[in-house]
Design a protein around this ligand. Structure first.
Ligand SMILES: N[C@@H](CCC(=O)N[C@@H](CS)C(=O)NCC(=O)O)C(=O)O
Length: 212
């Protein structure tokens, strides 16, 4: 559970306070980028990074960019849950929370407030994130055209970015502007099953940059 995960990580003596955190037999990894490298070490085949050094640099750049980019759809989610917590239940489908999903949603108000504050899910930020989304999608589509992402075997950049796009597609407001694009198609291929759906929630004028 968000927020609660911080305490669990501390109890398990991880150095940082974010999930995902991996505790394999052979070592620890925290943070998606560190975990990708640890996984390649443990199981080099199929690789998460290309062997060509120039292409590897590009994949690592995309991966690092994606690590920042993920903050946008995350902010969208907390902003939306602040207004209506009901869609939260759909995102918890299949998750083992330790408490019934309905109860978690009913009592989740304080958790949502804290998460929205931690992630700076303000009107101003969310509106700006929506306005810059078309540029972000252009950038991802270009990486796909250039072969940095979207190859036969998903690489670390695909996993970093496609998962974030998949979350964005779960918003009814955003799906029409993403799903037909290369970025959207890649997201559906890398993450075909993804629970969760958020009905229309953003003020219409905030979506103007996407319509344009
Ligand atoms: N891609 C990042 C994601 C890390 C991250 O920001 N995780 C969030 C949840 S998606 C988190 O644990 N935030 C702290 C909290 O919610 O308490 C990574 O390097 O692993």
């Amino acid at each position: 559970m968000p927020v609660i995960s911080k305490g669990v990580l501390r109890a398990m003596r991880f150095p940082g306070n974010t999930v995902p955190a991996l505790k394999p037999d052979s070592g620890r990894g925290q943070g998606s980028r560190e975990i990708a490298r640890e996984l390649d070490r443990i199981k080099p085949d199929p690789p998460l990074f290309p062997s060509d050094p120039d292409l590897r640099v590009k994949v690592e750049e995309a991966e690092a960019w994606g690590d920042e980019f993920q903050q946008k759809p995350r902010r969208f989610s907390w902003w939306a849950f602040k207004r209506d917590r009901a869609p939260m239940a759909s995102y918890s489908e299949g998750a083992r929370l330790g408490v019934p999903v309905g109860l978690a949603v009913k009592t989740g108000g304080p958790l949502v407030s804290v998460a929205a504050r931690l992630n700076e899910s303000t009107d101003e930020n969310v509106r700006a994130d929506l306005a810059s989304l078309p540029g972000d999608l252009d950038r991802i589509d270009q990486w796909i055209v250039d072969g940095v992402m979207g190859g036969g075997e998903p690489n670390a950049a695909d996993f970093q970015i496609a998962t974030t796009i998949r979350l964005a597609i779960s918003f009814d407001d955003l799906r029409p502007y993403i799903e037909q694009r290369p970025a959207g198609q890649l997201a559906m291929r890398v993450v075909p099953d993804f629970p969760g759906r958020t009905p229309p929630v953003f003020p219409s004028e905030w979506l103007e940059p996407l319509r344009a």
